[in-house]
Design a protein around this ligand. Structure first.
Ligand code: EPU
Length: 453
């Protein structure tokens, strides 16, 4: 059952939370990926910085977009559907302060509210940010964000339910070095520096394609941003920015998720909208595991190669490394590979919780909570690091599972699709935070499941 979503596309029935999956059927067909969750939501926040309306195209119809839309609306931004399908027009002309309770009520389980700080400080001189949600995959502190904001001249007042920020003397350019190339903190600096007085030099920046796309959005608005090798970004603050017209970068995480679904279920999926350049690192690993792909101008087709799947060693890293959001669906495929694979998670300290369910399904996965030493490491071992050792191939059997987080939940579903027997997966709503029309896409690919709750 589908409903009409706010971007003109269909939004999966939000009440569906439990499905029963009969596994063993390969997924075959086409899925279209829209704009990236991790770009579209940030570009929506950027609209607050413009003096005229912005148009964002290829906006995915997902829960996180709904959350940012409501947050913009409580701050007086008018958000309407654009002429093109899946586009939004964001007009900040009526922007105003909002009350703490109102902001809190609309923040959902998202981490995006923290990125409202800079734009709201420029626009209104103050910002209230509630305690943040997001997937429970580690501590997820915001110290880099707050330190950066203080560098710009913001005063941070921690309160019981969140933080209150003000900028009595305005925001000025700053010299900032991030202790780690955090995606969110880099975006925080960009969204604050573009209208700060003077030049900002950011060292240790994240350079994910979604960040480069956000830089593109800001440049369209009138910002002056340049970058050098070695993660250095310079931003020259300007007095005024105007609205933008932008088509979002495709969702790399969704493309990778469907690629792994094809590998796990021994199917074949054409991911329309996926592009090679932003997926170079993933495609190398996909090939090493035994996957096969064809690249065209319109997208990428993913399938298994002719030989059995092979074990690999992978470490997650910031771009251009193997993204932390890709290890979960890959691990499901590795349960079907011959030999022992090792996945080192170096970005978050608690991102292997989803493997418990895979073990109950019959997978042989041992998580080393303090990491393990391994030869040929590209990055030095980080204190947060964990490692998963996966031995295969092991048959998977259907079980009852509860979705732990966005990427882990998706991985549970594709494991259930590959397993023998029936699985009941509860918590599907969490997956709709980041996967547009998830159940519709599964149906189109021939998945055998029923909605049961
Ligand atoms: N960190 C700090 N202090 C901070 C900020 C981050 O210690 O102030 C640490 C984090 O705890 C983590 C590391 O730095 O260990 C990296 O975190 P980062 O800030 O890069 O992540 P994020 O901006 O919160 C975004 C995506 C995540 C994605 C990561 C890494 C959004 C909304 N979220 O999170 O996406 O995994 O970058 O690429 O853009 C997802 O889509 O499922 C998801 C979790």
């Amino acid at each position: 059952m589908t409903l009409l979503g706010t971007t003109g596309t269909t939004l999966q029935n939000p009440s569906v939370d439990t499905i029963e999956i009969r596994g063993g059927r390969p997924l075959r067909g086409q899925v279209d990926v829209r704009g990236a969750k991790n770009l579209a939501t940030k570009a929506m926040v950027a609209s607050l910085l413009g003096s005229t309306p912005s148009t964002l195209r290829d906006v995915p119809s997902i829960r996180d977009v709904e959350v940012v839309r409501s947050l913009l609306e409580v701050h007086g931004v008018s958000v309407t559907d654009g002429e093109e399908e899946a586009s939004l027009v964001l007009d900040p002309a009526g922007a105003e302060s909002a009350g703490f309770e109102e902001i809190d009520a609309h923040s959902g389980s998202s981490r995006i509210p923290i990125l409202f700080c800079g734009p709201l400080l420029h626009l209104l001189g103050q910002a209230f940010i509630p305690d943040l949600g997001g997937c429970r995959i580690g501590d997820r502190p915001i110290d880099f964000h707050l330190d950066a904001l203080r560098n710009f001249g913001a005063v941070v007042d921690k309160q019981p339910n969140g933080i209150r920020l003000s900028a009595p003397d305005g925001l000025h350019g700053a010299s900032i070095e991030l202790p780690y190339p955090s995606v969110g903190a880099t975006e925080q600096v960009l969204l604050t520096a573009v209208r700060a007085k003077g030049v900002t030099e950011l060292r240790g920046a994240a350079i994910e394609p979604e960040i480069m796309d956000l830089i593109g959005v800001l440049q369209k608005m009138g910002a002056i941003i340049s970058y050098e090798p070695n993660r250095v970004i310079f931003i020259e603050g300007v007095e005024e920015l105007t609205g933008y017209d932008h088509r979002s970068l495709f969702d790399r995480n969704e493309a990778v998720s469907w690629a792994c679904a094809a590998l796990v279920t021994d199917g074949e999926i054409f991911v329309k909208g996926a592009r090679q350049y932003e997926l170079l690192t993933f495609l190398n690993v996909f090939r090493k595991v035994g996957g096969d792909f064809d690249i065209t101008d319109d997208g990428i087709t993913f399938r298994r190669g002719e030989n059995p799947l092979k074990a690999v060693m992978v470490e997650t890293d910031v771009h251009p490394g193997f993204m932390t959001d890709w290890q979960q669906p890959l691990i499901v495929a590795l349960t079907q590979a011959e030999g022992t694979s090792v996945v080192h998670e170096t970005v978050y300290e608690n991102r292997f919780g989803f493997t418990d369910a895979l073990v109950r399904m019959g997978a042989d996965i041992v998580v080393h909570k303090d990491g393990i030493d391994a030869a040929e490491r590209r990055v030095a071992r980080r204190p947060l690091e964990q490692a998963a050792v996966i031995s295969g191939p092991t048959p998977l059997k259907g079980i009852d599972m509860v979705v732990p987080d966005l990427r882990g939940g998706y991985s549970h579903v594709i494991a259930a699709l590959a397993a023998q027997g029936t699985s009941r997966v509860t918590g599907i709503k969490l997956i709709s935070r980041g996967y547009e029309k998830f159940l519709d896409k599964l149906t189109a690919l021939g998945a055998d499941f029923d909605v049961v709750g």
